[in-house]
Ligand binder design. Structure first.
Ligand code: ATP
Length: 583
């Protein structure tokens, strides 16, 4: 129960509703306890009539009164049972909502490292399936738990007051029932966990097959994929059958044990009646009703125990993530206006997980408003520089200064707001094109969106779609080409109108003419902005104020296009090769 203590703050928050729910639960059960007593009394009335102690009309009117009481209390009990669910189950839904928000908010502040170390499926599972298990603890466990405790205390007390010996006989099978149900619940839990795990691997396999359908078809490997799926399906059938077998035992076992209890009541109760140890035959009927009232709560104890165990395991998984502290911390609460001067002083950076040193003793300085292009071979550390400017990682050695201040001394939110980043792989949401661009600035109107789309040279493409800017992208809509995605992503950054632009090889999928046009527009748009352009093409770099060439994390050349083109080296070679390719 250690892990579940995390929920105490929510129980505190909803304590009044919970308390009300508990009171209602007790009232509902108290009303239901009236019924067996009046069934006993009614049988007593019939006995008296046959014993000629009362007349027919007296018997009828008393029976009528008792029936009204039985029906009335049963109705009241039903009404309060309804209210009980309305209060306690509602509280569990509120707690589920709060916990989901808490986990989601925490996911949001965690850094990229966390997302690399953990699989997306796992993150999804903890926020959905695990929280659902915890909800069962916060709702049904409390509700049925209170129910069980109330019934137990009241019924057993009443039974012992009315006929202690009969009560003792009657209760003998209940501990056996409770242990058996607990054991079966444990097996059910184990087997259903297996089924869940299997379902998760089946859906991962199916998802990958659907996403990679183009590759599967191109390589003609449909038969192998089918065979693999069949293997999984057989495994799935077997695990489900295992679960079904043990599930099938649950209710017959309960009915058997209820039957045994009833027989005990009838046998011993009958003997005691014959021996004159109990006054009325009605008491046996009353006890049979009590046994039936007790059986379900006893069965529920086993079920509730297994829910608590599962909830504890799930909350442990949730807490594991909640305890992760983001590696990047915003230590500054005052606002930090950003102008856009960037300086790297002897910066070295090694990725924690791969231990790859992506940057080694890198120094350069960019004045606000300047454009700097970064070129270099694959894996030379270009993107890493952009990630460090956005403080997606903290450096291990050296210093990064923004407007002369160490980057850690800036308000992280202000820094990120001042940056318009276009990543290497454009990510667009399953939403309209308009909303995807508006992501850069929630307040922008359609005219502004069209203006930036024109600058990103994607407006004409968008106009070509039937729904124009209302065209839905992604799973529910059309798929844009790589170049179109990149340009929508550029439009999104332009709409943000930031102080610093970070363009990470974002024109790789457009032809050179469009590239030229976009670069000219970007030059206008980013006139007074600091711009970092990472590219493999000299055409994207040649108009920059400064060009940096990286190789294995080190700067091997830097200067303007003219300066570098007049020196032997990587840049000149690249320029010559790309020029001849163009020709
Ligand atoms: N998130 C990461 N985690 C671990 N290692 C990384 C990560 N990103 C990059 N690396 C490694 O750091 C090195 C530099 O990568 P980076 O992406 O900065 O190179 P790049 O010059 O931008 O390459 P490309 O031109 O292919 O985009 C590479 O060896 C890469 O494998």
């Amino acid at each position: 129960m250690k892990e579940l203590k995390h929920l105490n703050k929510y129980f505190k928050k909803y304590r009044l509703k919970l308390l009300l729910g508990i009171v209602i639960t007790i009232i509902a059960r108290l009303f239901s306890l009236v019924v067996p007593n009046y069934v006993n009394q009614s049988i007593g009335v019939i006995e008296n009539y046959f014993g000629e102690a009362i007349s027919l009309s007296q018997a009828k009117s008393t029976l009528f009164q008792y029936i009204l009481i039985i029906v009335g209390t049963a109705l009241l009990s039903a009404l309060f049972t309804f209210l009980m669910r309305q209060t306690i189950i509602n509280v569990s839904r509120y707690i589920e909502y709060d916990l989901k928000n808490e986990v989601f908010d925490h996911y949001q502040i965690l850094t990229l490292d966390f997302y690399k170390k953990n699989r997306i499926g796992d993150l999804m599972n903890r926020i959905s399936e695990d929280i659902n298990q915890v909800r069962l603890y916060a709702g049904p466990v409390i509700m049925y738990g209170m129910n069980t405790v109330t019934i137990f205390i009241c019924v057993i007390t009443i039974m012992f007051i009315k006929a202690p010996t009969l009560a003792a006989y009657t209760l003998i099978p209940l501990p056996v029932l409770s242990i058996l149900i607990y054991q079966i619940s444990k097996i059910i839990h184990l087997r259903s966990t297996k089924v869940q795990e299997f379902l998760s691997s089946l859906s991962t396999f199916a998802q990958e097959s659907f996403s990679g359908v183009a590759v599967i078809k191109a390589y003609g490997i449909e038969p192998q994929v089918n065979q693999e799926l069949q293997g999984l399906a057989i495994e799935g059938k077997d695990t489900s059958m295992d679960l079904a077998k043990v599930n099938a035992w649950f209710f017959p076992l309960m009915i058997l044990l209820i039957g045994i209890s009833n027989i005990i009541v009838i046998y011993f109760g009958g003997q005691m009646y014959i021996d004159g140890k109990i006054a009325s035959f009605g008491l046996i009927a009353e006890f049979i009703l009590y046994v039936n009232m007790l059986t379900w709560p006893v069965a529920v104890v086993g079920w509730l125990t297994s829910i608590v165990q599962r909830a504890e395991a799930s909350q442990k998984r949730i807490n594991e993530f909640l305890k992760v502290t983001p590696e990047i911390q915003n230590e500054v609460t005052t606002s930090s206006p950003i102008k856009g001067n960037i300086e790297f002083r002897n910066v070295s950076f090694t990725y924690d997980d791969t231990q790859i040193t992506a940057l080694n003793n890198v120094s350069f300085s960019i004045k606000a408003g300047q454009t700097v292009a970064i070129l270099g071979k694959i894996g030379s550390g270009k993107s890493t520089i952009l990630d460090l400017v956005a403080r997606l990682y903290d450096i291990s050695e050296g210093e990064i200064l923004i407007d002369g201040k160490p980057i850690k001394e800036l308000n992280l939110n202000d820094l990120r707001k001042a940056i318009g980043a276009v990543p290497q792989e454009a990510f667009l949401f399953s939403d309209t094109i308009e909303n995807n661009i508006r992501f850069g600035n929630e307040e922008a109107n359609l005219e502004e969106i069209i203006e930036v789309s024109r600058k990103a040279v994607v407006h004409d493409n968008i106009q070509g779609f039937a729904q124009k800017y209302d065209t839905i992208l992604g799973e529910r809509g059309i798929t844009l080409s790589g170049g179109q995605k990149q340009r929508v992503s550029i439009a999104r950054a332009l709409l943000k109108d930031p102080k610093i632009y970070l363009f990470d090889d974002c024109l790789s999928a457009v032809d050179t003419e469009t590239e030229e046009e976009i670069l000219n527009n970007l030059k206008q748009a980013s006139k007074d902005k600091t711009t970092l352009i990472v590219s493999h093409r000299v055409s994207s770099a040649k108009n920059a104020d400064h060009i940096i060439i990286l190789d294995q994390g080190e700067i091997i050349q830097e200067g303007t296009h003219e300066e570098l083109n007049n020196k032997e080296g990587y840049y000149k070679e690249l320029y010559q090769t790309q020029l001849s390719e163009k020709e």
